[in-house]
Design a protein around this ligand. Sequence first.
Ligand code: BF8
Ligand code: SF4
Length: 635
Amino acid sequence: MDYGKMTIDPAAGQLLGKARKDQVETVWDRFEAQQPQCGFGLLGLCCRHCNQGPCRIDPFGEGPKYGICGADADLIVARNLLRQVAAGAAAHVDHAYEAIETLKIATEENGPYTVKDPDKLKAVAAKLDLEVAGKNNLDLAKEIVDIAFGDFGNHTGAPMKWLLATAPQERVETWQKLGVLPRNPDREIREALHQTTMGMDADPVNLILATVKQGLVDAYAGLHLATDLQDILFGTPAPVATEANLGVLQEDYVNIIVHGHEPMLSEKIVEWSKKLEGEAQAAGAKGIQLAGICCTGNETLMRQGIPIATNFLAQELAIITGAVDAMVVDVQCIMPSLARVAACYHTKIFTTMPIVKMPGAEHIDFSLAEADKKAEEIVRKGVENFRRRDKSRVHIPDVKTKMLGGFSVEAIVGALAKLDGENPLKPLVDNIINGNILGAVGTVGCNNAKVVHDSFHVTMVKELIKHNVLVVTTGCSAQALAKAGLMVPEAADKYAGDTLRTVLTAVGNGAGLNAPLPPVLHMGSCVDNSRIGDLLSALASYLNVPIKALPVAASAPEHQHEKALSIGTWAVSLGVLTHLGVIPQVLGGRKVTEILTGDTAESLLGGKFYVETDPIKAAHGLIEHIQAKRHALGI
Ligand code: BF8
Ligand code: SF4
């Protein structure tokens, strides 16, 4: 089958052929059926905020200029954007809240969770200005939990403590001047919904500032909080070798896939898969093969070395292998089609969260208190289901790549410290200053059916590293780049420019790898974009410049989710040029578009959005930006 218009991933391509043969509908079929997509929606010009609507504005200026209430194009676009970004923030904040609840349980003796990383516990406590000396871990964890919950119970006008503790001072001052410092995440998200109801804010500029605030809610009550607490609970990632793509599934093993975003259940699934190996053997399998999809997959990869099955767009194809005995989902990015696809095979879909149920799936009501019991139950059901597998319908593509993951900031600094123990960032910064590393780009975010699966990530990143730009990555972008073989030492020889390769080789050898560092560093899940933020803060502070002066950029080449928009808004708020490879639904608001992509955003925040739908042009746009920043720094 010629799958080139759908995906560049050969494993996905093979399974698209099988999907056709098995007469199973996939996301690509549904995308086709949706064409042409609504022009008003694509431009953000449709409003359904009250029951006088829907109202649509004519982008050509011939039909209505105003909604029934009088809202114009910019207002409708700005309101829609604020709602999208608030929804993205809500998803990450809700995730982080679960992490606080988990840490709270870990402060109780003999509970299902423990503090696995006391060093991170102390580091987070110190950032929060807590007295660390002389305290035991559980007491310290309790104080951290109190501060985290305190942000959610903050009924004063003071900014969130987690933000003040983790954001650079220069940024805090900038955000304060703009009046966008969030107080209490729940309050801010509620306010955004209120602000966008019928008959509220009519000023697009004020709405854009509120959108910036939501980006900060996401970053500091969502991303950073989740990463910090999950590291304390499950360990800070360290470099780990594993594999990526659907070829990691095994014919003679029980295959269990963890999918979604939160590690609280999946960490337990990892534990119970090891404990129940014997039962899998009794069922006629050689053992249990775990693999991950989306950010739950990234979490288990970063900390446990569990291989990646695939990323967002190909999630249905995992089931179409006919070899998945259980797919366990928690929250976010779970296609509602999964149970329908699974009904064509023997695969069991287990939903586990009260806010994510799916007709046709089996719901196991996971709770933190009963984490072990539920994980055991799910793994056992996966093992039982192996017996029902129809071998004649199995096709596991023989496609997988080796990869290195686990590059937390601590791990990167640790590797660099082998070159300069006193000043670990010095070798990196020296090589940026001398131009061996031209700059760095963080590629993040999703797949999107509007883009050939993985193609934008891979094409753009190859062009960047060829021009000596170091790439750090998270989310489904990381999974695309891993599958494309860009996270192995050999990728430095094969794809990196000469000077970047020299640096990667020196650091890799210095760190004891006996090989170059990969040119693309996997920094984790989407909440782990906080790690990229921390790396930027550390570099800026070392150079004594604000983040906006650094020769760096961000990119979400194939973004689809509202979460990607809220993360992108934060990146712009940090002062980083942020590329989007798929046109966001804002073009109908000319003023809004100009503010977000033009001088206004840049003068207020230091960053702006940059939209370019061609991967090679986008790479060169980012390179030009990096060069301009280098020039301004005088390097
Ligand atoms: O949070 S990159 S498709 S999986 S939203 Fe979803 Fe997008 Fe993937 Fe991770 Ni992030
Ligand atoms: Fe139409 Fe205004 Fe109602 Fe939106 S809020 S649906 S523009 S009347």
